[in-house]
Design a protein around this ligand. Structure first.
Ligand SMILES: Cc1ncc(COP(=O)(O)O)c(C=O)c1O
Length: 397
C-alpha cells in the first residue's frame, strides 16, 4: 500500500539532537564512553516525595480520568504558586500533558490557517513545528546578543505584519538560557494588546533562574497565556504534566479543546505533581537549583577556554549557547566529529532555527560536575589535535 501522509506530516522537521542521542547510544552499546551534554532534561530523578505520591495514587487505584482541565486541588496549588507575584484564579488554569500539551492547546485556540505567529530565532524548535501543524505563518525574528537573544518591544514592532496574531516568548529561553527583562515584557504585553493580538509566554524554566528572582509574566496583567510544566524544575519529564494559565474569556473553549485533544492529563501524574508543590519537595528542588547554578559557573569558563564564545550570560535553564565559529562553520559536523572522536554529545545550533545557527552549539549542564569537566577536557583535546594538524599542514615544505 502506498504510504499516505499529509503535507504537514511530511514537512515536520526532525530534532537533530535526537539523532545525536541515538548515535551516542549506539557508540555506548559498542563499549565507548560517552559524556552526555546534549540532553534537555534534568539528570536527577523525580524527588522522593513525588515518587511516593505517584505510587500511592496507584495503590489507591486513582486511575480514572480527572476533569479535562485537571484536578481542582492541583489547579488550586498551581494558582497558589503565583500568589506572591500575581493573583490567579484556579479557574484560569488547565492542566495539560506537559508544556507540549499546553502549547498545542493554546495554538489550537488562537491560530487560524495563515495567521502569523512571531517568535525568536534561535528558539525551542517545537514552537514553530507545532504552529506549522496548525498551518500558521511562522514569523521568526532573528535575535542576537544585543537583546540577550530575546524579542524586544522594538523588534516586535518592527517585525509586525498585517497577519500577526500571536507573539510567543520563552523566558528563560531554550537554547540560550536568557531572560527577558520585566520592562521589555511589559512593553511587549502592551504592544500586543494594542494590536489586538495574543501573547504566549513559555515559563517552563522559571524555577531554574540563578542570581536573580524570576518574575512571572502574569505580573504584567491577566490578558496573556502562560505555559509551564513539571518537567524541568520539578524533575518530572516522563510524567507528562504541565499547565496553561489563560484569560477568563478562554476558560470554556480551553475546556472544550482539552476534552477533545487529550481528555485529561495523566491522573497518577497529577497526584504526583501535587506532591511536587509541597514543602518537602520544595526544599529538595531549591537544593537542586543551587547545584545547577554551580554547574553553570563551572562549565561556562571551560566552554570559553575550549575556544567557544559565549556572548551573554545564561541566567537560567541548564544550557549554554555558544558560538563555535572560531572552531568550525558547520556546527552539525562539529557535533558529529566531537561525538565520534571525543565521545562527547552536544547539540548543533541548527535545531533551534536558521539565524546563524550553523555557527552555534548548545551545551547542556544536566550532568555531574565530574562529567562536565571530563567532557570539556575531551573537547579541548580534540580541538587542539585538529588545530595542530591544520598548523602542520600549513607549514611550508
Ligand atoms: C522551552 C521549552 N518549552 C516546552 C518544552 C516541552 O516540555 P514538556 O512537554 O516536557 O513539559 C521544552 C522541552 O524541552 C522546552 O525546552
Amino acid at each position: 500500500m502506498a504510504v499516505m501522509m499529509s503535507d504537514r506530516a511530511k514537512a515536520i522537521e526532525p530534532f537533530y539532537v535526537m539523532k545525536i542521542l541515538q548515535q551516542a547510544r549506539e557508540l555506548e552499546s559498542q563499549g565507548r564512553s560517552i559524556i552526555h551534554m546534549e540532553i534537555g532534561e534534568p539528570d536527577f530523578p523525580s524527588p522522593e516525595i513525588v515518587l511516593k505520591a505517584g505510587k500511592q495514587a496507584l495503590d489507591d487505584q486513582l486511575t480514572h480520568y480527572t476533569p479535562a482541565n485537571g484536578l481542582p486541588e492541583l489547579r488550586a496549588a498551581i494558582a497558589n504558586e503565583y500568589s506572591c507575584q500575581a493573583k490567579v484564579d484556579p479557574e484560569r488554569i488547565v492542566v495539560t500533558p506537559g508544556a507540549s500539551g499546553a502549547l498545542q492547546l493554546v495554538m489550537a485556540m488562537l491560530l487560524n490557517p495563515g495567521d502569523g505567529i512571531m517568535l525568536a530565532d534561535p528558539g525551542y524548535p517545537c514552537n514553530r513545528h507545532i504552529a506549522s501543524l496548525f498551518n500558521a505563518d511562522i514569523q521568526a525574528v532573528a535575535v542576537n546578543e544585543e537583546s540577550d537573544y530575546q524579542l524586544t518591544a522594538e523588534l516586535v514592532q518592527n517585525n509586525w505584519r498585517e497577519n500577526t496574531r500571536v507573539v510567543l516568548i520563552a523566558s528563560p529561553s531554550n537554547p540560550t538560557g536568557t531572560l527577558i527583562p520585566q520592562q521589555q515584557l511589559s512593553a511587549i504585553y502592551q504592544l500586543v494588546q494594542d494590536n489586538g493580538a495574543a501573547l504566549i509566554v513559555d515559563e517552563i524554566y522559571h524555577g531554574l533562574v540563578y542570581d536573580q528572582e524570576a518574575v512571572s509574566s502574569l505580573c504584567c496583567g491577566d490578558q496573556l497565556f502562560v505555559i509551564n510544566s513539571f518537567s524541568k524544575y520539578y524533575g518530572m519529564t516522563g510524567w507528562r504534566i504541565g499547565w496553561l494559565v489563560m484569560p477568563d474569556e478562554y476558560i470554556e473553549v480551553a475546556n472544550r479543546l482539552a476534552q477533545n485533544m487529550f481528555l485529561a492529563a495523566p491522573t497518577v501524574s497529577q497526584y504526583a505533581a501535587l506532591a511536587a508543590l509541597g514543602t518537602e519537595a520544595r526544599k529538595e528542588l531549591i537544593r537542586r537549583r543551587e547545584i545547577f547554578h554551580q554547574r553553570r559557573d563551572i562549565l561556562l569558563p571551560l566552554v570559553e577556554e575550549a575556544g567557544f564564545i559565549v556572548r551573554t550570560l545564561p541566567a537560567g535553564a541548564f544550557y549554554i549557547y555558544a558560538d563555535c565559529g572560531a572552531i568550525s562553520d558547520d556546527s552539525l559536523k562539529l557535533c558529529d566529529d566531537l561525538l565520534q572522536q571525543a565521545g562527547v554529545a552536544i547539540t548543533p545550533g541548527i535545531d533551534f532555527g536558521s539565524n546563524n545557527c550553523k555557527s552555534y552549539v548548545r551545551f547542556s549542564y544536566a550532568n555531574t560536575v565530574e562529567n562536565l569537566q571530563e567532557g570539556m577536557r575531551r573537547i579541548r583535546q580534540s580541538i587542539n589535535k585538529v588545530r595542530s594538524r591544520q598548523n602542520e599542514a600549513a607549514q611550508p615544505g
